[in-house]
Design a protein around this ligand. Structure first.
Ligand SMILES: [Zn+2]
Length: 223
């Protein structure tokens, strides 16, 4: 089992960045919810959330949650602000494992692939609390700029938020070697579908075939 903690940035009395009629805390929760849903397509993944609704949680508590459950990976989703455009990702700027660096490379690239024509601001490092205080590999993504009209227009599209989520999911699937669940078997619709397998002039031959088919567990009759 790969234990993943999904962290929707901000929440409750902390709206995060605000602009163009959007609040960061809402956008991050939407993206994280989509990521969690999409991860259900995969086997052997155990998804946890720091929040699933609009509530305030301290940064250190977010990290502590992940540490308490012994998570394998911590993903914090944010939206940028401050004049700019595009996507960037962060890992801790202190000592990090080589897995952390590799996960950033893989997930960053998959997000860029999934979101199309968006500026790649690069793979960065910083001393953000959730990156510093988590004991496991941790990544924080800044998904476009809420105060940039063009970026905000994209962030208002549910389809675009799905693309962002899909990129993160493809990245984690690659990073952790997650396998897709087999497709669900088709439901029995109560109908019978007949297959005719042969016609014989000699009844004995017909009876022999019926016998053979029944031995193999098929339903067979002579008509
Ligand atoms: Zn933020």
């Amino acid at each position: 089992m790969v234990k993943i903690v999904l962290d929707a940035g901000h929440g409750g009395r902390d709206p995060g960045a605000v602009g163009n009629g959007l609040r960061e805390k809402d956008v991050t929760l939407t993206i994280v919810t989509k990521i969690g849903e999409m991860l259900k397509e995969y086997e052997r993944v155990d998804v946890h959330y720091t929040r699933t609704d609009d509530q305030f949680i301290e940064l250190s508590e977010r990290a502590a949650m992940a540490n308490r459950i012994g998570a394998d990976f911590f993903l914090s989703v944010h939206v940028n602000a401050g004049g700019g455009t595009g996507f960037e990702s962060y890992i801790f700027n202190g000592n990090v494992s080589k897995e952390t660096v590799s996960y950033q490379n893989i997930i960053h690239d998959e997000v860029m692939k999934a979101i199309g024509d968006v500026r790649d601001r690069g793979k960065k490092r910083a001393s953000y609390a959730v990156l510093r205080q988590t004991n496991m590999p941790a990544l924080l993504t800044e998904n476009l700029f809420i105060d940039n009209a063009g970026d905000a227009a994209k962030l208002k599209s549910d389809e675009f938020l799905s693309q962002i989520a899909r990129g993160h999911v493809e990245g984690m699937a690659k990073a952790f070697g997650l396998q897709k669940k087999p497709p669900a078997p088709p439901k029995d619709d109560g109908k019978l579908y007949r297959v005719q397998v042969g016609a014989f002039r000699d009844k004995k031959n017909a009876e022999r075939l019926v016998e053979e088919l029944r031995k193999k567990g098929y339903d067979a009759i002579i008509v």
